[in-house]
Design a protein around this ligand. Structure first.
Ligand SMILES: [Zn+2]
Length: 342
């Protein structure tokens, strides 16, 4: 059985012969090595032993707490898994490459028996303001996320979206209303802080994003100053909060206007779904053209798709002549109600 053969189980890749997992959702105990692509909660668990990038180590520790055996790899550092520290019994090499999704997000390239497999985790090709730049590499087998794997998902240029966001904020402030931008506290929040800080808007951040933002600063990101969460003092500020944050105290003291910031803003019903007044399509994921471009750059013999429109995207790839199959099928209900990291 080839060493790169994997099982797809509980939304994770498992290489049984290597005792290796990519993004296991279920906690793995000692003797199982888990590569954590990035620190979003749907990609992590309290594993005993992990391989990750330095920023992911910090972000994961801040979010999960606890102790674990950590193997921090630099991007582009190719390691033999037979090294005693990993304890993998069979000959294979692992390299992490920047995925461009959030700070520290990594793709994992696994090489064994003269073949290679690239697992993307979440990624985007466009340069963000606060993540590393995605670095696609060649591989024989590609396992990729396809969250926005449908032709209708083409994001407008980020500069255009941000100009619209800034206008939304200025219009609110001119009416003595407090604009509240809803974005995930890890990744989206920091993108927004950089984008809006440049416009000279005074910013206030929800408590949940403070520690995450500190870690971005520790890794050299120029994040503008953010006022600590204080609903009584939010007048004349642009407020950033994660979707689902309790905003009652803020509503008590201010008239607020909500804008959700997500790739799903391209869907007509998005702002109703998030009960917001406006929606802006700024995403940490690849859009459809980027997914296709990524496949071209990796030039794999075989492709496996997962997350979002995995089935549709695999069908499209087969039409283009690729050997592609979906590991997950789209679940519209799930997409509509539960996209915690977008
Ligand atoms: Zn993510």
């Amino acid at each position: 059985m080839p060493l790169l053969d994997f099982e797809f189980t509980h939304h994770a890749l498992h290489f049984p012969q290597l005792r290796l997992w990519f993004d296991a959702h279920r906690k793995q105990g000692p003797g199982q090595l888990v590569v954590v692509s990035h620190a979003h909660s749907d990609h992590t668990a309290r594993h005993a032993e992990v391989v990750l990038s330095a920023p992911t180590q910090k972000l994961m520790a801040a979010r999960l707490g606890g102790k674990r055996q950590e193997h921090v790899l630099a991007f582009g550092e190719r390691v033999a898994l037979t090294e005693p520290r990993f304890g993998v019994p069979r000959d294979a090499h692992l390299t992490l490459w920047p995925a461009g999704h959030i700070l520290g997000s990594a793709m994992a390239k696994l090489e064994a028996e003269g073949r290679s497999l690239l697992y993307t985790g979440d990624f985007k090709l466009r340069a963000g303001f606060s993540s590393e730049i995605c670095q696609p590499v060649r591989a024989d087998i590609l396992v990729m996320e396809t969250t926005f794997g449908r032709p209708r998902y083409v994001f407008p240029p980020a500069a255009e979206v941000i100009a619209g966001l800034i206008q939304f904020c200025r219009d609110c402030l001119a009416r003595k209303e407090v604009p509240v931008l809803l974005g995930y506290s890890l990744g989206k929040a920091q993108e927004l802080l950089v984008a809006l800080g440049g416009a000279g808007l005074p910013l206030m951040g929800h408590d949940s994003m403070a520690r995450m933002t500190e870690i971005y600063v520790e890794f050299g990101r120029a994040i503008p100053a953010v006022r600590p969460w204080d609903p009584t003092a939010a007048a004349e500020c642009v407020v950033l909060a994660p979707p689902g944050a309790a905003l009652e105290a803020l509503r008590k003291h201010q008239t607020i206007r909500l804008a959700v910031v997500t790739g799903w803003a391209l869907d007509a019903g998005c702002r109703y779904r998030y009960r917001s007044d406006a929606a802006f399509p700024l995403s940490d994921h690849a859009d459809y053209p980027e997914l296709l471009e990524f496949v071209r750059q990796v030039a794999p013999e075989r492709i496996y798709t997962l997350h979002g429109f995995a089935g549709e995207f695999a069908t499209q790839l087969r039409r283009l002549g690729y050997d592609a199959r979906a590991l997950t099928e789209v679940d519209q209900f799930e997409l509509a109600l539960d996209e915690p990291t977008e």
